[in-house]
Design a protein around this ligand. Structure first.
Ligand SMILES: O=C(O)CCC(=O)C(=O)O
Length: 250
């Protein structure tokens, strides 16, 4: 694998980098069919917190799969491959610790918004050094809820967050305002395009009222030099799941 030095320069400067056709369209289609297999064969016996739904009574409305590498060899291999984990190492400039593989789906017509947030708020790391590789699996634009980044915000510290009511996104930035919206960059994608963003970079996405699905696979890695407050983050997750279960959202 060749990882261009320019990719890291862009990532360090902007807090995100867009790599067009990082994976070819056939490989992206293969990832898609592996997700179908995961849903069909593995989800029925996986823990309830593996999938979140827009409507818990509608199995076709999955908006998130998570912890996918714990349940499946094929995804485990992809996640730790040189093209993915190696890219994360290159961009962070550090060894990485594997954390999570998630399917971010906005089903056609019902996919909800992604509130403005910084991933690092959930991660509870010191220093807050982590990366998400976001592999597009569809044609994605403003109509079906493309990701919007605010360039350079990984240098600006952590903004205040509080609980959002959006299932799967427990926290949103409380003081996200017009000045932030004006700086957003909506990024279109084709299947196989890959976006990489830093854990401190602000981003959000609109809902998907269109007739087209909007799906991506998200690879989260922590920098090896970052210390995770494991007790605090586990306690937070447990509380959240209990709350969502009580509300009938899982
Ligand atoms: O896919 C999305 O809309 C959001 C993804 C996201 O927030 C992330 O990858 O950190």
């Amino acid at each position: 694998m060749t990882f261009e030095p320019q990719w890291k320069q862009d990532f360090d400067r902007d807090g995100f980098v867009v790599l067009r056709q990082y994976v070819d369209a056939d490989e992206a289609a293969n990832v898609d069919s592996q997700i179908d297999r995961f849903i069909r064969d593995l989800l029925p016996t996986a823990p309830a917190t593996t999938a979140f739904y827009e409507d818990p009574d509608d199995p076709s409305s999955i908006m998130r799969l998570q912890n996918m590498l714990e349940h499946d060899e094929w995804f485990h291999e992809l996640y730790y491959s040189e093209s993915m984990a190696g890219l994360a190492r290159h961009l962070l400039g550090d060894e990485v610790v594997g954390k999570n593989l998630q399917w971010f789906n906005k089903p056609a017509g019902v996919g909800g918004p992604t509130p403005p947030h910084q991933d690092g708020f959930y991660f509870m790391l010191e220093p807050n050094e982590a990366i998400t590789l976001w592999l597009a699996l569809d044609h994605i634009d403003e109509e079906n809820g493309c990701v919007r980044y605010v360039r350079g915000t990984h240098h600006d510290g952590m903004r205040p967050h509080q609980r959002s009511n959006v299932i799967g996104f427990s926290q949103g930035i409380t003081d996200y305002g017009d000045a932030d919206t004006a700086r957003e960059e909506p990024v279109h994608a084709k299947p196989g395009d890959l976006f990489a963003h830093h854990s401190m970079t602000m981003h959000r996405a609109d809902p998907n009222p269109s007739r087209r699905r909007r799906a991506a696979l998200g690879f989260v890695y922590f920098a090896a030099s970052a210390n995770e407050d494991k007790d605090r983050s586990e306690a937070y997750r447990q509380k959240l799941y209990e709350q969502w279960e009580k509300e009938g959202r899982l």
